[in-house]
Design a protein around this ligand. Structure first.
Ligand SMILES: [Zn+2]
Length: 75
């Protein structure tokens, strides 16, 4: 169901993208979408993905396609 996208030169699916953002594999992840923003570090395109790091938490994570920059909507 999820579409693979290129991030830092590698094809990733939604779960893998969330894992890159979170540092751990999430329980679930939604589809990868284009975030309407650019990376503050390199100006590259930013992807977003919703995921569940635990049963009680839903996080939207953002990840640059070109560099290591990432953040989440926590707090
Ligand atoms: Zn970047």
């Amino acid at each position: 169901m999820s579409q693979n996208r290129v991030v830092e030169g590698r094809m990733v699916n939604a779960v893998r993208l969330a894992e890159l953002i979170e540092g751990e594999r999430p329980m679930e992840a939604t589809e990868i979408e284009d975030a309407e923003r650019t990376c503050p570090d390199c100006g590259g395109d930013v992807l977003q993905v919703g995921y569940m790091p635990s049963v009680s938490e839903f996080v939207t994570g953002y990840k640059c396609q070109n560099c290591e920059w990432h953040e989440t909507d926590r707090e």
